[in-house]
Design a protein around this ligand. Structure first.
Ligand code: SF4
Length: 95
């Protein structure tokens, strides 16, 4: 079974009114773009991507709460990162 198939078993309880990750969406400096490209490649859920106009597309709904993007951001690009509150967030169903 592939990693993608295993990830497909996870269930997400999304807090629509309170994003647990808030990111800068545009007007990136060169340094921020370098960081952002690392995050795009590293996010195991593939939640980050750049639009053709250079703005960032990001949806926290499928977040695995691994913290990789927070570490790579080094205090830039990501404006706020916290675990989902209460009963919200990912429920791992395959390991
Ligand atoms: Fe992706 Fe992990 Fe960051 Fe969630 S915490 S957005 S899964 S890198």
């Amino acid at each position: 079974m592939s990693i993608e198939e295993k990830l497909g078993f996870n269930k997400f309880y999304v807090d629509e009114s309170n994003a647990h990750i808030i990111v800068k969406k545009s007007d990136f400096t060169d340094e921020e773009l370098v960081i952002l490209n690392k995050i795009i490649k590293a996010c195991p859920a593939g939640l980050y991507s750049l639009n053709e106009d250079g703005t960032l597309r990001f949806d926290y709904a499928g977040c695995l709460e691994c913290g990789t993007c927070r570490i790579l951001a080094q205090g830039k690009v990501i404006e706020d990162w916290k675990y989902p509150q209460g009963t919200f967030g990912v429920e791992f169903r395959y390991g």
